[in-house]
Design a protein around this ligand. Structure first.
Ligand code: ATP
Ligand code: MG
Length: 350
């Protein structure tokens, strides 16, 4: 998000698990171009940047498939029991086929893997007698998606296999809010980056992130939140939207949390205030014409990273996603029904 006070971009978070919407982003950009054309603004269409997020992400999966080196192996997509984001997921499958028609992808739940999966003598993951080269998780990031020990066992089986996981357990954990907070502590980033310029550039996008451990700094964090709750967002180790605490509720929640062991599972983050614009959100099933409203936007950057414990083989940016929501809404989740997909409009500020 662009932080209005300083006019610099600040990082809300990063996701390493089940990153979605690349499949439907491309369509939004086509739709917004169409609207501009229809309104006669042909000269403005060039200000909408190209977005090939879907091709970018799926080409990452294909590169992993190639690295595995078995042309008969499949890409396994781990899905929920009921998938609400089916269109987005399916577009990934269609794009995989379009890019390489010989690559097969299969969709399975963790429960399926528990029932049908095993490791062979080379620790390869076998499902329905076929070797799996890449496991792409579109599930297993919320507790209800791992309802019993069977699904945990399936997750462990996948992790122990030779298959390339998107993400591996290390990258899954790196995406947690706790790790994002720990990275902002003095001296930590320096353990992973050596170039001072890079370190400074990364630090610039951090906003204040604070832990709630049972120590002096944890107690200070609590005091800060109690004194000025509107300045912060309180976050648990959860994904999928709708779990954070905002505004005055931060104070109430902190009072309940402060003496409980659970407090260490939360982090406190400074609230970012993006600039306000006006626009319309168009929703399926909405009654009446869309209303002109005050909006804020947040930009997501998609990336592909492939590596092992020794070296990074691929690391590149592959596309973007813009989400816009009413300025009065706290969260911007599209599937959760708050935000809407949007297209950046580039302007020359000089
Ligand atoms: N520090 C902040 N300042 C302003 N808004 C925030 C902040 N942190 C989170 N938000 C809003 O809440 C939304 C959800 O927060 P966050 O991304 O941390 O949760 P999540 O459950 O991991 O979401 P997702 O499922 O999209 O990954 C963000 O997309 C943003 O709109
Ligand atoms: Mg997230």
């Amino acid at each position: 998000m662009l932080h209005s006070d300083a006019n610099i971009i600040k990082q809300v978070e990063y996701n390493t698990m089940s990153v979605s919407m690349a499949g439907v982003c491309n369509g939004i950009s086509i739709c917004n171009r169409f609207v501009l054309e229809e309104l006669g603004h042909h000269d403005k269409v060039e200000n909408l940047p190209e977005n090939n997020a879907l091709t970018g992400l799926t080409s990452g999966l294909l590169e992993a498939w190639k690295i595995y080196g078995d042309p008969t192996a499949v890409i396994l997509i781990i899905v929920e029991d009921i998938t609400y984001n089916i269109c987005d997921q399916r577009f990934h499958e269609f794009e995989l086929k379009r890019l390489n028609s010989r690559v097969k992808s299969v969709r399975k739940t963790l429960t399926d893997i528990y029932q049908q999966g095993c490791l062979n003598e080379h620790n390869e993951l076998i499902v329905d007698d076929i070797v799996v080269s890449v496991v792409y998780f579109r599930s297993a990031y919320t507790p209800d998606q791992i309802p019993s020990k069977n699904e945990w066992d399936a997750r462990l089986l996948i992790e122990r296999s030779q298959a390339i996981k998107c993400p591996s357990i290390q990258y899954h954990l790196a995406g947690t809010k706790k790790v994002q907070q720990a990275l902002t502590k003095p001296g930590i980033l320096e353990r992973f980056l050596s170039e001072p310029k890079k370190i400074a550039a990364v630090k610039e996008i951090f906003t204040g992130l604070y832990g709630l451990d049972f120590d002096e700094s944890g107690d200070q964090t609590i005091q800060m939140a109690l004194n000025d709750p509107e300045k912060f967002v309180l976050k648990p180790q959860r994904e999928g939207g709708g779990n954070n605490i905002y505004g005055q509720e931060v104070r109430e929640f902190m009072l309940k949390l402060k003496d409980s062991k659970e407090r260490t599972a939360w982090i406190l983050m400074e609230r970012i205030h993006p600039p306000i614009s006006t626009g319309y959100i168009i929703r399926a099933g909405a009654i009446g014409l869309p209303q002109l409203s005050e909006m804020v936007s947040e930009l997501g950057i998609f990336g592909v990273i492939i590596g092992d414990f020794q070296k990074i083989l691929v690391n590149r940016q592959v596309g973007h996603m813009l989400r816009t929501k009413k300025s009065t809404d706290n969260e911007g989740g599209v599937a959760a029904g708050f935000g809407a997909l949007d297209t950046p409009y580039l302007i020359d500020v000089n």
